[in-house]
Design a protein around this ligand. Structure first.
Ligand code: PHE
Length: 448
Protein backbone atom coordinates (compact mmCIF):
# COMPACT_ATOMS: atom_id res chain seq x y z
CA UNK A 1 0.00 0.00 0.00
CA UNK A 2 2.98 2.26 0.65
CA UNK A 3 3.09 3.64 -2.88
CA UNK A 4 -0.52 4.73 -2.86
CA UNK A 5 -0.47 6.60 0.44
CA UNK A 6 -1.61 10.19 0.42
CA UNK A 7 0.50 13.04 1.70
CA UNK A 8 -0.26 16.66 2.44
CA UNK A 9 1.04 18.60 -0.53
CA UNK A 10 2.25 21.53 1.51
CA UNK A 11 3.09 22.76 4.92
CA UNK A 12 0.08 25.00 5.00
CA UNK A 13 -2.06 22.09 3.85
CA UNK A 14 -1.07 20.09 6.90
CA UNK A 15 -1.46 23.03 9.25
CA UNK A 16 -4.97 23.72 7.97
CA UNK A 17 -5.97 20.07 8.15
CA UNK A 18 -4.57 19.43 11.62
CA UNK A 19 -5.89 22.74 12.90
CA UNK A 20 -9.18 21.84 11.22
CA UNK A 21 -9.28 18.62 13.19
CA UNK A 22 -8.35 20.33 16.41
CA UNK A 23 -10.68 23.31 16.02
CA UNK A 24 -14.25 22.17 16.36
CA UNK A 25 -17.25 22.19 18.63
CA UNK A 26 -14.74 21.61 21.42
CA UNK A 27 -13.32 25.09 20.86
CA UNK A 28 -16.38 27.08 19.96
CA UNK A 29 -18.90 25.36 22.21
CA UNK A 30 -16.93 23.30 24.74
CA UNK A 31 -14.32 25.84 25.74
CA UNK A 32 -16.65 28.82 26.36
CA UNK A 33 -19.08 26.51 28.16
CA UNK A 34 -16.37 25.21 30.43
CA UNK A 35 -15.13 28.74 30.97
CA UNK A 36 -18.61 29.83 31.99
CA UNK A 37 -19.09 26.93 34.37
CA UNK A 38 -15.60 27.12 35.91
CA UNK A 39 -15.41 30.71 36.99
CA UNK A 40 -14.39 32.56 33.84
CA UNK A 41 -10.88 33.91 33.51
CA UNK A 42 -9.27 31.52 36.04
CA UNK A 43 -10.23 28.63 33.78
CA UNK A 44 -8.86 30.43 30.73
CA UNK A 45 -5.52 30.89 32.44
CA UNK A 46 -5.22 27.26 33.54
CA UNK A 47 -6.33 26.05 30.14
CA UNK A 48 -3.64 28.05 28.37
CA UNK A 49 -0.93 26.70 30.65
CA UNK A 50 -2.07 23.07 30.39
CA UNK A 51 -2.58 23.19 26.64
CA UNK A 52 1.02 24.21 26.05
CA UNK A 53 2.64 22.28 28.91
CA UNK A 54 0.78 18.97 28.70
CA UNK A 55 -1.35 18.68 25.60
CA UNK A 56 1.33 19.96 23.23
CA UNK A 57 3.94 17.36 24.33
CA UNK A 58 1.37 14.55 24.03
CA UNK A 59 0.33 15.91 20.65
CA UNK A 60 3.98 15.80 19.50
CA UNK A 61 4.20 12.17 20.61
CA UNK A 62 1.24 11.23 18.40
CA UNK A 63 2.47 13.19 15.36
CA UNK A 64 5.90 11.63 15.71
CA UNK A 65 4.52 8.08 15.94
CA UNK A 66 2.61 8.63 12.72
CA UNK A 67 5.36 10.27 10.76
CA UNK A 68 7.82 7.59 11.76
CA UNK A 69 5.45 4.74 10.94
CA UNK A 70 4.03 6.30 7.74
CA UNK A 71 0.86 4.35 8.35
CA UNK A 72 -2.35 4.09 10.38
CA UNK A 73 -2.07 4.06 14.16
CA UNK A 74 -1.84 0.27 14.62
CA UNK A 75 0.82 -0.28 11.95
CA UNK A 76 2.80 2.77 13.07
CA UNK A 77 2.89 1.67 16.69
CA UNK A 78 3.80 -1.86 15.65
CA UNK A 79 6.76 -0.53 13.68
CA UNK A 80 8.15 0.85 16.92
CA UNK A 81 7.62 -2.44 18.74
CA UNK A 82 10.43 -4.89 19.33
CA UNK A 83 8.76 -7.79 21.12
CA UNK A 84 5.56 -9.74 20.64
CA UNK A 85 4.21 -8.15 23.77
CA UNK A 86 4.91 -4.67 22.41
CA UNK A 87 3.15 -5.59 19.19
CA UNK A 88 0.02 -6.70 21.02
CA UNK A 89 0.14 -3.62 23.15
CA UNK A 90 0.51 -1.57 19.96
CA UNK A 91 -2.59 -3.19 18.55
CA UNK A 92 -4.64 -2.46 21.64
CA UNK A 93 -3.55 1.20 21.74
CA UNK A 94 -3.87 1.82 18.00
CA UNK A 95 -7.14 0.01 17.56
CA UNK A 96 -8.47 1.57 20.75
CA UNK A 97 -7.80 4.96 19.18
CA UNK A 98 -9.64 3.98 16.01
CA UNK A 99 -12.67 2.85 18.01
CA UNK A 100 -12.52 5.98 20.10
CA UNK A 101 -12.59 8.14 16.95
CA UNK A 102 -15.61 6.20 15.67
CA UNK A 103 -17.42 6.59 18.98
CA UNK A 104 -16.73 10.30 19.10
CA UNK A 105 -17.98 10.74 15.55
CA UNK A 106 -21.18 8.86 16.39
CA UNK A 107 -22.24 11.52 18.90
CA UNK A 108 -20.39 14.48 17.37
CA UNK A 109 -22.42 14.00 14.18
CA UNK A 110 -25.62 14.50 16.16
CA UNK A 111 -24.42 17.73 17.77
CA UNK A 112 -23.12 18.95 14.43
CA UNK A 113 -26.52 18.16 12.92
CA UNK A 114 -28.07 20.53 15.49
CA UNK A 115 -25.69 23.24 14.31
CA UNK A 116 -26.89 22.79 10.74
CA UNK A 117 -30.51 22.86 11.84
CA UNK A 118 -29.95 26.08 13.78
CA UNK A 119 -28.30 27.57 10.68
CA UNK A 120 -31.38 26.69 8.64
CA UNK A 121 -33.83 28.20 11.10
CA UNK A 122 -33.12 31.86 10.23
CA UNK A 123 -33.27 30.99 6.53
CA UNK A 124 -36.68 29.41 7.02
CA UNK A 125 -37.80 32.49 8.93
CA UNK A 126 -36.62 34.84 6.17
CA UNK A 127 -38.53 32.93 3.51
CA UNK A 128 -41.58 33.13 5.71
CA UNK A 129 -41.88 29.51 6.65
CA UNK A 130 -42.38 29.83 10.40
CA UNK A 131 -43.58 26.29 10.75
CA UNK A 132 -40.39 24.89 9.21
CA UNK A 133 -38.34 27.29 11.33
CA UNK A 134 -39.76 25.96 14.57
CA UNK A 135 -39.63 22.34 13.37
CA UNK A 136 -35.89 22.42 12.62
CA UNK A 137 -34.95 23.59 16.09
CA UNK A 138 -37.37 21.45 18.10
CA UNK A 139 -35.96 18.18 19.48
CA UNK A 140 -37.51 15.31 17.57
CA UNK A 141 -36.47 11.92 16.29
CA UNK A 142 -36.91 12.70 12.57
CA UNK A 143 -35.19 16.07 12.90
CA UNK A 144 -32.18 14.49 14.63
CA UNK A 145 -31.92 11.66 12.14
CA UNK A 146 -32.22 13.90 9.08
CA UNK A 147 -29.63 16.43 10.19
CA UNK A 148 -27.17 13.82 11.45
CA UNK A 149 -27.53 12.12 8.06
CA UNK A 150 -26.82 15.38 6.22
CA UNK A 151 -23.75 15.99 8.31
CA UNK A 152 -22.47 12.43 7.90
CA UNK A 153 -23.02 12.68 4.17
CA UNK A 154 -20.80 15.78 4.02
CA UNK A 155 -18.12 14.04 6.09
CA UNK A 156 -18.13 10.97 3.88
CA UNK A 157 -18.11 13.18 0.77
CA UNK A 158 -14.82 14.80 1.80
CA UNK A 159 -13.10 11.64 3.05
CA UNK A 160 -13.91 9.63 -0.07
CA UNK A 161 -11.68 12.04 -1.95
CA UNK A 162 -8.60 11.18 0.09
CA UNK A 163 -5.90 13.32 1.64
CA UNK A 164 -4.97 16.00 -0.84
CA UNK A 165 -8.21 16.47 -2.75
CA UNK A 166 -10.42 15.88 0.23
CA UNK A 167 -9.02 16.71 3.66
CA UNK A 168 -6.43 19.26 2.57
CA UNK A 169 -8.48 21.09 -0.02
CA UNK A 170 -11.55 21.42 2.16
CA UNK A 171 -9.65 22.35 5.29
CA UNK A 172 -7.86 25.09 3.34
CA UNK A 173 -11.20 26.49 2.24
CA UNK A 174 -13.15 26.09 5.46
CA UNK A 175 -10.61 27.15 8.08
CA UNK A 176 -10.05 30.72 6.82
CA UNK A 177 -13.82 31.07 6.46
CA UNK A 178 -14.21 30.06 10.07
CA UNK A 179 -11.64 32.55 11.30
CA UNK A 180 -13.16 35.38 9.28
CA UNK A 181 -16.67 34.68 10.55
CA UNK A 182 -15.42 34.52 14.11
CA UNK A 183 -13.64 37.86 13.90
CA UNK A 184 -16.63 39.60 12.30
CA UNK A 185 -18.92 38.32 15.04
CA UNK A 186 -16.52 39.39 17.81
CA UNK A 187 -16.23 42.86 16.31
CA UNK A 188 -20.00 43.09 16.19
CA UNK A 189 -20.59 41.89 19.76
CA UNK A 190 -18.00 44.36 21.05
CA UNK A 191 -20.09 47.26 19.81
CA UNK A 192 -23.01 46.22 22.01
CA UNK A 193 -23.90 47.23 25.54
CA UNK A 194 -22.73 44.78 28.19
CA UNK A 195 -19.74 43.47 26.22
CA UNK A 196 -17.15 45.17 28.42
CA UNK A 197 -18.56 43.52 31.54
CA UNK A 198 -18.26 40.19 29.75
CA UNK A 199 -14.72 40.99 28.75
CA UNK A 200 -13.88 41.58 32.37
CA UNK A 201 -15.35 38.22 33.43
CA UNK A 202 -13.35 36.57 30.67
CA UNK A 203 -9.99 38.21 31.16
CA UNK A 204 -9.70 39.12 34.81
CA UNK A 205 -8.88 35.89 36.67
CA UNK A 206 -9.74 35.12 40.24
CA UNK A 207 -6.31 33.67 41.06
CA UNK A 208 -7.58 31.93 44.18
CA UNK A 209 -9.51 29.49 41.96
CA UNK A 210 -6.71 28.29 39.68
CA UNK A 211 -5.74 25.32 41.82
CA UNK A 212 -9.25 23.96 42.33
CA UNK A 213 -9.10 20.26 41.39
CA UNK A 214 -12.31 20.33 39.34
CA UNK A 215 -11.13 23.30 37.37
CA UNK A 216 -7.74 21.68 36.67
CA UNK A 217 -9.30 18.45 35.56
CA UNK A 218 -11.85 20.07 33.29
CA UNK A 219 -9.13 22.21 31.73
CA UNK A 220 -6.89 19.24 31.02
CA UNK A 221 -9.73 17.17 29.59
CA UNK A 222 -10.77 20.10 27.43
CA UNK A 223 -7.21 20.56 26.14
CA UNK A 224 -6.94 16.87 25.17
CA UNK A 225 -10.29 16.82 23.45
CA UNK A 226 -9.48 20.01 21.65
CA UNK A 227 -6.20 18.70 20.23
CA UNK A 228 -7.98 15.48 19.13
CA UNK A 229 -5.60 13.37 21.22
CA UNK A 230 -6.02 9.67 21.97
CA UNK A 231 -8.08 8.96 18.88
CA UNK A 232 -5.47 7.86 16.31
CA UNK A 233 -6.35 11.01 14.36
CA UNK A 234 -3.12 12.90 14.94
CA UNK A 235 -1.12 9.72 14.34
CA UNK A 236 -2.64 9.34 10.91
CA UNK A 237 -2.34 13.06 10.11
CA UNK A 238 1.31 12.83 11.25
CA UNK A 239 1.81 10.00 8.78
CA UNK A 240 0.77 12.29 5.93
CA UNK A 241 3.44 14.89 6.76
CA UNK A 242 6.48 14.93 4.53
CA UNK A 243 9.81 13.91 6.08
CA UNK A 244 11.16 17.29 5.00
CA UNK A 245 9.01 19.18 7.48
CA UNK A 246 10.07 20.33 10.92
CA UNK A 247 7.61 18.54 13.20
CA UNK A 248 8.44 20.53 16.30
CA UNK A 249 7.38 23.84 14.77
CA UNK A 250 4.45 22.35 12.87
CA UNK A 251 3.08 20.88 16.10
CA UNK A 252 3.58 24.15 17.93
CA UNK A 253 1.83 26.11 15.17
CA UNK A 254 -1.20 23.83 15.23
CA UNK A 255 -1.39 24.00 19.02
CA UNK A 256 -1.16 27.76 18.82
CA UNK A 257 -3.98 27.97 16.27
CA UNK A 258 -6.17 25.61 18.27
CA UNK A 259 -5.67 27.52 21.50
CA UNK A 260 -6.13 30.88 19.78
CA UNK A 261 -9.42 29.87 18.21
CA UNK A 262 -10.71 28.59 21.54
CA UNK A 263 -9.63 31.89 23.05
CA UNK A 264 -11.36 33.86 20.30
CA UNK A 265 -14.52 31.79 20.69
CA UNK A 266 -14.53 32.66 24.38
CA UNK A 267 -14.01 36.28 23.43
CA UNK A 268 -17.18 36.05 21.39
CA UNK A 269 -19.38 33.96 23.63
CA UNK A 270 -18.68 35.22 27.14
CA UNK A 271 -19.18 38.89 26.19
CA UNK A 272 -22.21 37.81 24.11
CA UNK A 273 -23.71 36.35 27.28
CA UNK A 274 -23.38 39.69 29.07
CA UNK A 275 -24.79 41.49 26.06
CA UNK A 276 -27.74 39.12 26.25
CA UNK A 277 -28.09 39.97 29.91
CA UNK A 278 -28.14 43.68 29.13
CA UNK A 279 -31.00 42.87 26.78
CA UNK A 280 -32.96 41.06 29.47
CA UNK A 281 -31.92 37.44 28.97
CA UNK A 282 -31.16 35.52 32.17
CA UNK A 283 -27.57 34.31 32.05
CA UNK A 284 -27.10 33.28 35.64
CA UNK A 285 -28.51 30.06 37.06
CA UNK A 286 -30.27 30.04 40.43
CA UNK A 287 -27.06 29.35 42.36
CA UNK A 288 -25.48 32.47 40.87
CA UNK A 289 -23.21 30.65 38.41
CA UNK A 290 -23.19 31.43 34.71
CA UNK A 291 -25.52 29.32 32.58
CA UNK A 292 -23.56 26.73 30.68
CA UNK A 293 -24.11 23.45 28.88
CA UNK A 294 -26.30 23.37 25.83
CA UNK A 295 -28.29 26.26 27.30
CA UNK A 296 -25.42 28.55 26.43
CA UNK A 297 -25.40 27.99 22.71
CA UNK A 298 -29.03 27.08 22.14
CA UNK A 299 -30.79 29.46 24.53
CA UNK A 300 -28.62 32.42 25.41
CA UNK A 301 -27.21 33.02 21.95
CA UNK A 302 -30.43 32.64 19.97
CA UNK A 303 -32.17 35.06 22.32
CA UNK A 304 -29.29 37.46 21.78
CA UNK A 305 -29.67 37.09 18.02
CA UNK A 306 -33.41 37.58 18.28
CA UNK A 307 -33.00 40.81 20.14
CA UNK A 308 -30.97 42.17 17.22
CA UNK A 309 -34.05 42.28 15.01
CA UNK A 310 -33.69 41.53 11.30
CA UNK A 311 -29.90 41.77 11.55
CA UNK A 312 -30.03 38.98 14.13
CA UNK A 313 -31.25 36.54 11.52
CA UNK A 314 -28.11 37.09 9.55
CA UNK A 315 -25.86 36.90 12.60
CA UNK A 316 -27.54 33.67 13.75
CA UNK A 317 -27.08 32.17 10.33
CA UNK A 318 -23.40 33.16 10.26
CA UNK A 319 -22.76 31.83 13.73
CA UNK A 320 -24.30 28.41 13.17
CA UNK A 321 -22.66 28.08 9.77
CA UNK A 322 -19.41 28.75 11.58
CA UNK A 323 -20.19 25.99 14.08
CA UNK A 324 -21.06 23.56 11.29
CA UNK A 325 -17.88 24.34 9.37
CA UNK A 326 -15.75 23.86 12.47
CA UNK A 327 -17.50 20.57 13.17
CA UNK A 328 -16.97 19.35 9.61
CA UNK A 329 -13.20 19.83 9.56
CA UNK A 330 -13.10 17.86 12.83
CA UNK A 331 -15.44 15.09 11.78
CA UNK A 332 -13.49 14.39 8.62
CA UNK A 333 -10.45 13.70 10.77
CA UNK A 334 -12.47 11.36 12.98
CA UNK A 335 -13.59 9.39 9.96
CA UNK A 336 -10.08 9.29 8.52
CA UNK A 337 -8.87 7.32 11.59
CA UNK A 338 -11.02 4.23 10.99
CA UNK A 339 -10.94 4.59 7.19
CA UNK A 340 -7.14 4.65 6.93
CA UNK A 341 -7.02 1.66 9.25
CA UNK A 342 -9.37 -0.42 7.12
CA UNK A 343 -7.79 0.70 3.84
CA UNK A 344 -4.24 -0.09 4.92
CA UNK A 345 -4.77 -3.17 7.04
CA UNK A 346 -7.47 -4.89 5.04
CA UNK A 347 -6.65 -3.63 1.59
CA UNK A 348 -10.12 -2.30 0.92
CA UNK A 349 -10.55 0.42 -1.65
CA UNK A 350 -10.79 3.88 -0.08
CA UNK A 351 -14.18 4.97 -1.44
CA UNK A 352 -15.84 1.72 -0.45
CA UNK A 353 -14.26 1.73 2.99
CA UNK A 354 -15.36 5.33 3.57
CA UNK A 355 -18.97 4.73 2.62
CA UNK A 356 -19.14 1.50 4.60
CA UNK A 357 -17.68 2.98 7.79
CA UNK A 358 -19.69 6.18 7.34
CA UNK A 359 -22.92 4.18 7.20
CA UNK A 360 -21.88 2.07 10.17
CA UNK A 361 -21.15 5.13 12.30
CA UNK A 362 -24.40 6.73 11.16
CA UNK A 363 -26.27 3.64 12.38
CA UNK A 364 -24.54 4.06 15.72
CA UNK A 365 -25.74 7.67 15.74
CA UNK A 366 -29.29 6.50 15.05
CA UNK A 367 -29.04 4.11 18.00
CA UNK A 368 -27.92 7.01 20.18
CA UNK A 369 -30.68 9.28 18.84
CA UNK A 370 -33.36 6.73 19.59
CA UNK A 371 -32.40 6.82 23.25
CA UNK A 372 -30.83 10.22 23.36
CA UNK A 373 -31.43 11.05 27.02
CA UNK A 374 -29.19 8.24 28.23
CA UNK A 375 -26.96 7.28 25.34
CA UNK A 376 -25.60 10.65 24.26
CA UNK A 377 -24.06 11.38 27.59
CA UNK A 378 -22.92 7.80 28.06
CA UNK A 379 -21.03 7.56 24.76
CA UNK A 380 -19.58 11.06 25.10
CA UNK A 381 -18.30 10.29 28.59
CA UNK A 382 -16.97 6.88 27.59
CA UNK A 383 -15.03 8.21 24.62
CA UNK A 384 -13.81 11.56 25.87
CA UNK A 385 -13.34 11.07 29.60
CA UNK A 386 -12.06 7.51 29.54
CA UNK A 387 -10.99 6.55 26.00
CA UNK A 388 -9.10 9.67 25.00
CA UNK A 389 -7.01 10.19 28.15
CA UNK A 390 -6.11 6.50 28.46
CA UNK A 391 -5.04 6.15 24.85
CA UNK A 392 -3.17 9.45 24.80
CA UNK A 393 -1.38 8.32 27.93
CA UNK A 394 -0.46 4.98 26.37
CA UNK A 395 0.91 6.78 23.30
CA UNK A 396 3.20 8.76 25.61
CA UNK A 397 4.20 5.51 27.32
CA UNK A 398 5.03 4.06 23.92
CA UNK A 399 7.23 6.96 22.96
CA UNK A 400 8.81 7.33 26.38
CA UNK A 401 9.35 3.73 27.38
CA UNK A 402 9.28 1.51 24.31
CA UNK A 403 10.79 3.55 21.53
CA UNK A 404 14.57 4.00 21.55
CA UNK A 405 15.75 7.49 22.31
CA UNK A 406 18.18 7.37 19.39
CA UNK A 407 15.34 6.44 17.03
CA UNK A 408 13.20 9.30 18.29
CA UNK A 409 16.07 11.69 17.70
CA UNK A 410 16.61 10.35 14.20
CA UNK A 411 12.96 10.86 13.34
CA UNK A 412 12.93 14.37 14.77
CA UNK A 413 16.10 15.27 12.89
CA UNK A 414 14.37 14.74 9.58
CA UNK A 415 13.38 18.24 8.60
CA UNK A 416 15.06 19.63 11.72
CA UNK A 417 18.78 18.76 11.77
CA UNK A 418 19.64 20.96 14.71
CA UNK A 419 16.97 19.55 16.99
CA UNK A 420 19.49 17.90 19.30
CA UNK A 421 20.70 21.30 20.47
CA UNK A 422 17.28 22.73 21.12
CA UNK A 423 15.37 23.20 24.34
CA UNK A 424 12.70 20.91 22.92
CA UNK A 425 15.04 17.94 22.82
CA UNK A 426 16.38 18.69 26.30
CA UNK A 427 12.94 18.70 27.87
CA UNK A 428 10.43 16.84 25.75
CA UNK A 429 11.67 13.18 25.88
CA UNK A 430 11.86 13.31 29.64
CA UNK A 431 8.57 15.10 29.87
CA UNK A 432 6.77 12.56 27.68
CA UNK A 433 8.26 9.72 29.66
CA UNK A 434 7.33 10.88 33.14
CA UNK A 435 5.22 14.00 33.38
CA UNK A 436 2.63 13.40 30.65
CA UNK A 437 1.63 9.85 31.64
CA UNK A 438 1.52 10.78 35.33
CA UNK A 439 -0.58 13.88 34.79
CA UNK A 440 -2.99 12.05 32.52
CA UNK A 441 -3.24 9.21 35.01
CA UNK A 442 -4.19 11.67 37.71
CA UNK A 443 -7.01 13.04 35.55
CA UNK A 444 -8.21 9.57 34.77
CA UNK A 445 -8.19 8.35 38.35
CA UNK A 446 -10.05 11.44 39.36
CA UNK A 447 -12.72 10.90 36.72
CA UNK A 448 -13.28 7.40 38.14
N1 PHE B 1 -10.80 18.51 18.49
C1 PHE B 1 -12.15 18.48 18.06
C2 PHE B 1 -12.94 19.63 18.68
O1 PHE B 1 -12.43 20.39 19.42
C3 PHE B 1 -12.82 17.19 18.40
C4 PHE B 1 -12.09 15.97 18.01
C5 PHE B 1 -11.87 15.00 18.95
C6 PHE B 1 -11.64 15.78 16.70
C7 PHE B 1 -11.21 13.84 18.63
C8 PHE B 1 -11.00 14.60 16.35
C9 PHE B 1 -10.79 13.64 17.32
O2 PHE B 1 -14.11 19.75 18.46
Amino acid sequence: MAGSRGEFSSRIGFIMAAAGSAVGLGNIWGFPTQTASNGGAAFVLVYLVLAFCLAYPAFMAELLIGRYGQANAVTSLQKMSRTVFHKRFAFVVGFGGVICAALILSFYGILAGWMISYAIEPVATVIGSDEAASWVIAQSLPRNIIFTAIFMFLTVFVIRRGVEDGIEKWSKRLMPLLLTLLIILIAYVFTLEGASEGLNAYLNPDISRVLEPDLLISALGQAFFSLSLGTSVMVIYGSYISKKENLVTLGAQVTFIDVSIAFLAGLLIIPAMYVAQAQGVAIFAEDGSLISGSGLVFTVLPSLFESMGAMGLFVAFAFFVLMSVAALTSSISMLEGPVSYVVERHNIERKKATTFIGVLIFLMSVAIISNIGVMLDFIATLATEYGQPIIAMLCCVFVGWIWHRSEILKELQQGNEQVENTLFWKIWPWYTKFICPTAILIVFVHSL
